[in-house]
Design a protein around this ligand. Structure first.
Ligand code: P6P
Length: 338
């Protein structure tokens, strides 16, 4: 249910204002920037909700820098974010999964300029079959001392100012953190406003579900295979499996009910499939703020990884603290245990 203060709904904008007390240095620029993201996601939601009624199914006819078929809605979502962020005046650089290189939007003044990176519509191939999709975003400060957009965006996830996602699911929910807890807002289509529906979300410490595409089991490194064998074995974890195949949907379920999501290295993609900067870092920030954990290759904390390129990929193991610690005991210790 929407959370209210003396009967008044708390909108996203009000919540950001309330949060400013924790960031005395904030000059209101951050909330202005966030209003650009929320506006874009309301526009995206309006298209997603009418897919089929308007011509947004299917491919746009090109492939992106990832070599993936671009869906019509990918372009719409990407354009919506670039346009709304472009008018914010304090966004110096944007980087998108859909664009080859980070773009300098404007040479905003260094002291309150931000970088916004996003996956405009993750899982867009699910649109045609009505499965949930999501927008994932992350915000960094634009370092005045660093020359050039390509270098400015290469910051470890630990330097994120804020991050989150919008899940276009049974309802449209915005989940974000600015380093002071994780909060969820639900878009009320009548008001056209995001209303607070969960405050200071804490991920359950453990839950008996794992989320991985088991079709690739035999392509995973052996320690991952042993963990997955253990996790479902009645004398091991005895866990159930849940896998939507849309990262934001799988992650949001784990944020609320607990469990673990993995996209391991495979023989075809030894660095994994998911993107560090605008998929794994934002979700890792949310997960850690909610009491969870997120690791990449060789047991490295996702938010400690120093990126080499804006489109770097990384394996991902993320979720409830105890579930991830269990998995990392297998992954970090190739010696047969259990
Ligand atoms: P696979 C969607 O294409 C995506 O990027 C994520 O949303 C999702 O978690 C993953 O790929 C699914 O990949 O290889 O299981 O189809």
């Amino acid at each position: 249910m929407a959370i209210t203060e003396d009967g008044q709904y708390i909108t996203f904008g009000q919540h950001i204002q309330q949060q400013q007390q924790y960031f005395p240095s904030a000059s209101g620029q951050f909330s202005w920037l966030m209003s650009g993201i929320t506006l874009a996601t309301k526009m995206i939601a309006s298209y997603v909700r009418r897919a089929g009624l308007i011509d947004v199914w299917g491919d746009q006819g090109s492939t992106n820098v990832q070599g993936e078929e671009v869906k019509k809605l990918d372009i719409i979502a990407n354009d919506a974010l670039k346009k709304t962020l472009g008018y914010r005046g304090n966004v110096g650089i944007i980087a998108s999964e859909e664009d080859d290189e980070p773009r300098v939007l404007q040479e905003a003044d260094a002291d309150d300029s931000y970088i916004v990176m996003f996956d405009p519509l993750d899982g867009s191939s699910n649109i045609d079959v009505n499965v949930s999709v999501g927008t994932i975003f992350t915000i960094f400060r634009n370092p005045p001392e660093v020359e050039g957009a390509a270098k400015s965006v290469l910051q470890p996830g630990a330097k994120q100012v804020a991050a989150g996602y919008v899940l276009y699911g049974s309802s449209t929910v915005l989940v974000y953190t600015a380093g002071n807890g994780v909060h969820q807002f639900t878009l009320d289509p009548q008001f056209g406003a995001y209303l607070l529906t969960r405050e200071d979300i804490k991920m359950p410490e453990h839950h008996g579900t794992y989320s991985v595409n088991e079709a690739y089991l035999h392509r995973f490194p052996e320690p991952y295979q042993r963990y997955l064998h253990w996790s479902k074995h009645p004398e091991g974890g005895g866990y159930k499996s849940r896998y939507v195949g849309s990262l934001v949907a799988d992650f949001h379920r784990i944020l609320i009910t607990g469990g673990i999501f993995m996209y391991p290295p495979t023989t075809e993609q030894p660095n994994g499939k998911l993107r560090l900067m605008y998929e794994c870092n934002p979700l890792a920030f949310v997960a850690e703020q909610a009491g969870g954990l997120a690791f990449g290759a060789e047991g490295k904390r996702i938010m400690d990884i120093e990126p080499k390129d804006v489109h770097d990929r990384t394996p991902l193991t993320i979720g409830s603290k105890k579930n991830v610690e269990e998995a990392m005991r297998f992954i970090n210790d190739p010696v047969k245990i259990g």
